[in-house]
Design a protein around this ligand. Structure first.
Ligand SMILES: [Zn+2]
Ligand SMILES: [Zn+2]
Length: 311
């Protein structure tokens, strides 16, 4: 197996992108190798586990030294491979936000909501993770690997249990699904705002929180890899979300259909990025943002045809 491994900061290695995902076809996990212990960040799906294990071996890390597996959140494409991975890494603890912990220990609801958002064809199996391997990590908690120190930064918005991870040694940050990216060399895509529990206010606060960290780089799981301009990325996302909220609110006031609101949003996005309508990356939809605006102001009704499913 040919595995690409790139050192992106001191002690931090990007693996892949690895193919084999059910939902996200190719994504990049990271290995952080401190002087005492190691960690896997953003593990991914079961099809990516063999590549990740190969990378750990190629980097010469003893399996017993991998102390933590830390995703930014528990949307399935970030964690579906974890039950398999934990079998291979005898000492590793699975670190998630306290709101996520019960749902990996008893995953019935997690699996149900995955089916609701993605349909039942595009995800693999997920078995319960035993409680003694799960660490519910609070905001500010630090995992010391020796030299590299990973700090949990609570950044809800995309999901209520979403965290970012800061390496205090290099100031590299894994921002998870908070910012949006396209394919390398292509325009940015719209952010994934389908999750029904998306919260715009919390999202915008989390954007500011990440900005205040003054990250050296963003290390992304989806496609781009290393983003050398985190500040620019955050501003881009802030503007996008504020504009989409305006478009959705206006459409909801006019009782426009979900499809029509999506069309207006795509038009706005494609004009902004100078790309054809239909390639704006909003295909994932706006369900979460619309549901948020409805929760905030129930007089704004849910538009006809609103669905979290991908088109
Ligand atoms: Zn997500
Ligand atoms: Zn994601």
């Amino acid at each position: 197996m040919e595995i690409s491994i790139t050192q992106v900061a001191q002690g931090i290695f990007k693996v892949g992108p690895l193919k084999g995902g059910h939902m996200a076809p190719a994504t990049s996990p990271y290995l952080v190798i401190g002087s005492k212990q190691a960690a896997v960040i953003e593990p991914g799906e079961d099809g990516q586990v063999p590549g990740l294990m190969e990378a750990i071996k190629l980097c010469g890390v003893d399996l017993g030294r991998v102390a933590y597996v830390i995703p930014t959140h528990i949307h399935f494409h970030h964690i579906q491979g974890v039950p398999l991975l934990l079998k291979e890494l005898p000492k590793a603890k699975f670190v998630v936000h306290p709101l996520a912990a019960p749902h990996v220990i008893e995953p019935t609801r997690l699996i149900q909501s995955t089916i609701e958002a993605w349909g039942d064809k595009c995800y693999g199996p997920f078995s319960a993770i035993t409680q003694n391997r799960v660490v519910a990590a609070e905001d500010g908690q630090v995992f010391d690997l020796g030299r590299n120190e990973l700090e949990i930064v609570y950044t809800p918005g995309h999901a209520p249990h979403h965290i970012s991870i800061l390496d205090r040694f290099t100031r590299a940050v894994w921002p998870g699904d908070l910012p949006s990216y396209g394919d390398p060399g292509h325009p940015r895509m719209g952010h994934d705002i389908r999750p029904p529990l998306f919260d715009l206010e919390k999202y915008l606060k989390s954007v500011q929180r990440l900005r205040d960290l003054k990250p050296s780089v963003f290390l992304t799981f989806h496609d781009w890899g290393v983003d050398f301009s985190p500040e620019e990325t955050l501003t881009w996302n802030e503007e996008l979300h504020n504009a989409l909220a305006r478009i959705c609110r206006e459409g909801m006031k006019q009782k426009a259909s979900f499809k029509e609101i999506l069309r207006r949003a795509e038009e706005w996005q494609s004009a902004r990025e100078a790309m054809p309508v239909g390639e704006s990356g909003l295909a994932g939809g706006l369900f979460g943002l619309i549901a948020f605006l409805h929760r905030q102001d129930p007089s704004l009704e849910m538009p006809a045809g609103a669905t979290p499913l991908m088109r």
